[in-house]
Ligand binder design. Structure first.
Ligand SMILES: [Zn+2]
Length: 418
C-alpha cells in the first residue's frame, strides 16, 4: 500500500448520510442476515425475486430463506451491492461458507450482534474509522455520541388528503383551519426539530414526483388547500390536483430551513426499488429540474445527493456554477465504482474542493456502512494517486484534499462539534 492510500485509510470520517436505526429499533425488528441485505434485495428483485420474500412476514423458514437467497445470489453476485454484502459479512463475521449451512450459522451471528449494544460503536468507530454519522430515521432521539439526526420533511408538503393535515396538526399541537395556520404549524415543527439537534433538512420528493417546482401564488395554493381541507367525503386529491399546493409548500419548507441556517439535502438521480417498491420514473429526479430553486435561493445551502446519477454531467455543471449547490458522493461508490471514480476525477477538475462531500454510506445497517467506507477510501485513494502521478496534487495536497472531503468540509458546513 502506498503512503497516500494509508493516510486516506486513517482519516476519521464524518459520514454525511445514513439510514441507520438506533439499537432499540434494530432489536425490536429482530434484524437478521436476511433483513440486512438492503440494496442487494433491489438487485435480487430486479433479477426476478419476489418482493418481501426475505423480510417481515415472510412465510419461509430460515432454511428456505437461505435457499432462496442462494438462488438469487447466483444471479446477482456480480453487482457492487452484492460485493458489499460479501465484504461486510466476511470482514465483520468471518463468513467463508456461502452455502445454506454457512448462511444459517451467519444468521445466528448477525442476530447475536443485534442484541449487542456495543456493536454500533465497534463497527462505526473502531472498524470503519467513522467518528460521526448523520442518520435519517425520522426522530431526533438518536445517540449523539455516534449520530446526528436529519429528517425527511416530505411529510410537510406531500399533501393529498385531510389525514396529511391532521398529522401536522398533531405534531405541532396547533389548530389548522387555513393555509396560514398550516404554515405556522410547519414552522413550529421545523424550529423545534432544530432545537432538538436536527442537522439538516432532507427532501426526498424525487421518489414520488418531479423535482421541478413552479412557484404558485398564495391564493392558488390556498384554493387547493381549502379543497383538500374540506375533502373528507371523497378522501382527497389526485397527485396532479395537489401539485400546486405541494410546490408552494416546497418553497416554504426551503424558506424555513434557510431561516434556521439549515443545510438542505435533496435526493437527485437514481431511485432505489426497495424504497419506492417499483421501478420508479427516473426523469422525475433530473437535477436540472432544481435550477429555478437554486436560482431563487442564493442563501440556501443545497446538498445535491448522489451526484445526480445518471444525470451526472448536468450535475457537475450545476455544482460548478451555483454558489449554493454542493456535490455529495453519498451512495455513489456502490451504485458504480467505475462511475464514481470517473466522477471524482471530473469533480476535482471542475468543482471547488470546499464544496465536495466525499462520503455517505446511505445504508440502514452499520454492516453496509462498514463495507461502503472501505470501497470509498479505495476509490478516493486510486483517484488521488492518479492525480499525484499527473502532478495535479503533491502527495501532501492529495492528503489534505481527502481530509477535506471526508471530514473537514462536513464539520465546517454542518457546523458540528466533534
Ligand atoms: Zn438516503
Amino acid at each position: 500500500m502506498n503512503n497516500l492510500q494509508e493516510a486516506i485509510n486513517n482519516i476519521r470520517i464524518i459520514d454525511g448520510h445514513e439510514h441507520i436505526d438506533m439499537y432499540e429499533v434494530r432489536k425490536e425488528r429482530n434484524i437478521d442476515f436476511f433483513k440486512l441485505i438492503h440494496y442487494l434485495e433491489s438487485d435480487m428483485i430486479s433479477a426476478g425475486m419476489k418482493r418481501d420474500i426475505l423480510y417481515g412476514k415472510s412465510p419461509l423458514s430460515d432454511k428456505e430463506k437461505a435457499e432462496h437467497f442462494l438462488k438469487y445470489w447466483d444471479k446477482t453476485k456480480n453487482t457492487t451491492y452484492a460485493l458489499m454484502i460479501k465484504d461486510a459479512m466476511e470482514g465483520l463475521y468471518n463468513m467463508e461458507d456461502w452455502s445454506v449451512k454457512g448462511l444459517l450459522a451467519l444468521n445466528e451471528k448477525v442476530k447475536a450482534k443485534t442484541n449487542d449494544r456495543s456493536w454500533f460503536k465497534e463497527v462505526l468507530n473502531d472498524k470503519s474509522g467513522i467518528d460521526l454519522a448523520f442518520t435519517l430515521v425520522q426522530t431526533t432521539d438518536v445517540d449523539f455520541s455516534l449520530f446526528r439526526p436529519i429528517l425527511f420533511l416530505d411529510f410537510m408538503f406531500r399533501l393529498r388528503g385531510p389525514a396529511d393535515i391532521e398529522f401536522i396538526k398533531k405534531k405541532s399541537k396547533m389548530a389548522i383551519h387555513s393555509l396560514k395556520d398550516y404554515q405556522a404549524a410547519v414552522r413550529v415543527i421545523i424550529d423545534n426539530l432544530v432545537k432538538d439537534g436536527m442537522t439538516a433538512s432532507k427532501l426526498g420528493h424525487a421518489y414520488w414526483r418531479t423535482l421541478y417546482s413552479q412557484k404558485p401564488t398564495y391564493h392558488e395554493a390556498e384554493q387547493v388547500f381549502n379543497r383538500l381541507k374540506s375533502g373528507f367525503i371523497n378522501g382527497g386529491l389526485s397527485q396532479q390536483e395537489a401539485m400546486t399546493l405541494q410546490n408552494f409548500l416546497i418553497h416554504y419548507v426551503i424558506q424555513c430551513s434557510i431561516s434556521n441556517d439549515l443545510p438542505i439535502q435533496i435526493h437527485t438521480g437514481h431511485q432505489e426499488t426497495s424504497v419506492s417498491r417499483n421501478g420508479n420514473i427516473i426523469t422525475n429526479s433530473k437535477v436540472t429540474n432544481l435550477i429555478p430553486i437554486l436560482a431563487e435561493y442564493p442563501d440556501g445551502k443545497f446538498v445535491l445527493l448522489h451526484n445526480g446519477i445518471p444525470y451526472h454531467q448536468e450535475y457537475l455543471s450545476i455544482v460548478k456554477n451555483f454558489t449554493n449547490a454542493y456535490a455529495d458522493f453519498t451512495w455513489s461508490y456502490i451504485i458504480s465504482p467505475t462511475l464514481a471514480k470517473q466522477l471524482l476525477h471530473q469533480t476535482i477538475e471542475m468543482v471547488p474542493m470546499s464544496k465536495i462531500f466525499g462520503f455517505g454510506g446511505d445504508y440502514n445497517s452499520v454492516e453496509g456502512t462498514y463495507a461502503h467506507q472501505k470501497l470509498a477510501r479505495k476509490i478516493v485513494g486510486e483517484v488521488l494517486t492518479e492525480k499525484t502521478e499527473a502532478n495535479i496534487f503533491s502527495e501532501q495536497e492529495a492528503i489534505t484534499f481527502a481530509k477535506r472531503i471526508f471530514r473537514d468540509n462536513l464539520i465546517d458546513f454542518y457546523k458540528i462539534e466533534v
